[in-house]
Ligand binder design. Structure first.
Ligand code: ADP
Ligand code: MG
Length: 230
């Protein structure tokens, strides 16, 4: 499997009596956009965090390129983990400007500073966000911070990108920018999974849509087959 697979995953939060996920199986493949839609509390965030290797399944398996992420060790584990980045719904930015934030991701992966800055500048300008470069995080609107946190994840160069409610704070212009960015990354071979209750975003970006309800995933299909809006 060229990507992430959840196999019969069950998950319970520590201290909770209820299963948050019950037997979830799905694949997030490279070169494809999978959109998870469903009401609040249905389990979308939990699925993405399991897919990102942030939570360990109570039962079942999460594999990255066929390897159980909780069973591999050492450099293999690091390599697999670096291939996947989860972007939190609430933008979390580091101290400093947008350029600092976006530069930090490649720097952390050992890219030389000059090159890291170039990657960051290009990403910011390709997404009409160059105007943010010198802006400190404290001067950013929620939508601007959300864009920057997504760009930071992209700058890390993951093979699979997990976006949690990426349009929560975005206005129409920034939604278009995000939709275009998603299309470009997909065409370059990145796999993208998006959790959202934004059906329009699903319609515009998804190759496959899956409905999540009450900790269970329904059938997977093309947006036109799954979404009742279209
Ligand atoms: N940290 C947590 N501790 C306990 N229960 C949680 C926690 N986070 C989420 N849940 C519960 O897990 C279920 C799924 O939540 P979540 O994955 O956040 O849904 P969604 O992202 O679809 O809104 C909900 O019932 C929610 O209350
Ligand atoms: Mg959520």
């Amino acid at each position: 499997m060229n990507g992430i697979e959840l196999r019969e995953v069950w998950f319970k939060y520590p201290g909770s009596k209820e299963w948050a996920l019950r037997g979830v199986s799905l694949e997030i493949r490279r070169g494809e956009v999978l959109v998870l839609v469903g009401p609040n509390g249905s389990g979308k965030t939990t699925i993405l965090k399991l897919a990102g290797g942030l939570y360990r399944p109570s039962r079942g398996e999460v594999t990255f390129w066929g390897s159980n992420i909780w069973e591999v060790n050492g450099s293999k584990r690091l390599e697999l983990r670096r291939a996947v980045v989860y972007v939190h719904e609430k933008p979390i930015l580091l101290r400093g400007t947008a350029l600092d934030n976006v530069t930090f991701a490649p720097l952390l992966r050992g890219v030389p500073r000059e090159e890291a800055i170039k990657i960051a500048e290009e990403l910011l300008s390709d997404t009409s966000s160059a105007y943010l470069s010198r802006k400190d995080r404290r001067e950013m609107s929620a939508g601007e911070a959300q864009v920057v946190s997504i760009l930071r994840a992209v700058a890390a160069g993951p093979k699979i990108l997990l976006l949690d409610e990426p349009t929560a704070h975005l206005d129409r212009e920034k939604r278009v920018i995000l939709t275009n960015l998603i299309g470009k990354l997909r065409s370059e071979g990145m796999g993208i999974a998006i959790a959202t209750h934004d059906h329009l975003l699903a319609l515009r970006t998804a190759d496959r849509v899956v409905i999540v309800e009450n900790g269970v995933v329904g059938s997977v299909g093309r947006p036109s087959e799954i979404l009742d809006c279209c």
